[in-house]
Ligand binder design. Structure first.
Ligand code: SAM
Length: 216
């Protein structure tokens, strides 16, 4: 199978799993996932599986990236905050679907690798920084969309506060990796509407108290 056939196979599989957003499927076909996957796993880069990356983290399964991104209901005018840059793969997908992406990662090494991939792919509408994403990015708030790609124990209050009214956050919730749910939070004038979008498995969102020292 050549590179094009691998990409087409993945898109077909995602369609079969209920992904219908054509812009999103186009972005998935376009972003070279092999650039975000470590060398020993290159042969699986276009498989619908999560894979290990540095710092004990993972690049998410394409089906999970697709489900969560579709649930955001993005359009090209939106400003999006992403928590957990990881490899930068999901960031890159988002960058094709909205106006600007702000992304936060707590591991310097991962952030640097992601930034150089995003630069190589000329994703000019991405701003990345090191830090504890559970605090959000207050200087840039409010955001029309927030995507959290690590599991929180509960809906992070500082993130929901940085959503614009009508804004949507998609976040995995649950401290037991065997019992996590994807949750969609919509901010209303008078509170939050919450939808359960089904089971998932993510690495934990690590907040400052438990995190490695942040020095920049
Ligand atoms: N979306 C990423 C990708 O496409 O490669 C995968 C993200 S990985 C499942 C979760 C990431 O969240 C890890 O890189 C982890 O270091 C990061 N993370 C966990 N807690 C965080 C926090 N409080 N602030 C910022 N990043 C955090």
């Amino acid at each position: 199978m050549n590179a094009e056939e691998f990409r087409a196979r993945l898109v077909l599989e995602l369609r079969g799993e209920g992904i219908y957003d054509d812009r999103l499927l186009e972005a998935i076909e376009r972003v070279p996932r092999d650039m975000f996957v470590p060398r020993p796993f290159q042969h699986q880069a276009w498989d619908n599986v999560a894979l290990p990356i540095d710092c004990g983290q993972t690049i998410s399964q394409p089906a999970v990236v697709a489900r969560m991104t579709q649930a955001l209901e993005l359009d090209e005018r939106m400003k999006v905050l992403e928590i957990g840059t990881g490899s930068g793969y999901q960031t890159s997908i988002l960058s094709y679907l909205c106006r600007r992406v702000y992304t936060i990662e707590r591991h310097r090494e991962l952030l640097q690798q992601a930034e150089s991939r995003l630069e190589a792919l000329r994703r000019r509408n991405v701003t990345a920084r090191l830090g504890d994403g559970s605090k959000g990015w207050p200087e840039q708030a409010p955001f029309e969309r927030i995507l959290v790609t690590a599991a929180a124990i509960d809906i992070p209050p500082r993130l929901s506060a940085q959503l614009s009214v009508g804004g949507v956050m998609v976040v995995p919730i649950g401290d037991d990796p065997e019992n996590q749910r994807i949750v969609r939070v919509r901010r209303q004038e008078d509170g939050l509407d919450i939808d359960d979008l089904g089971p998932v498995k993510f690495v934990p969102l690590v907040s400052d108290r438990a995190a490695e020292p942040l020095s920049g």
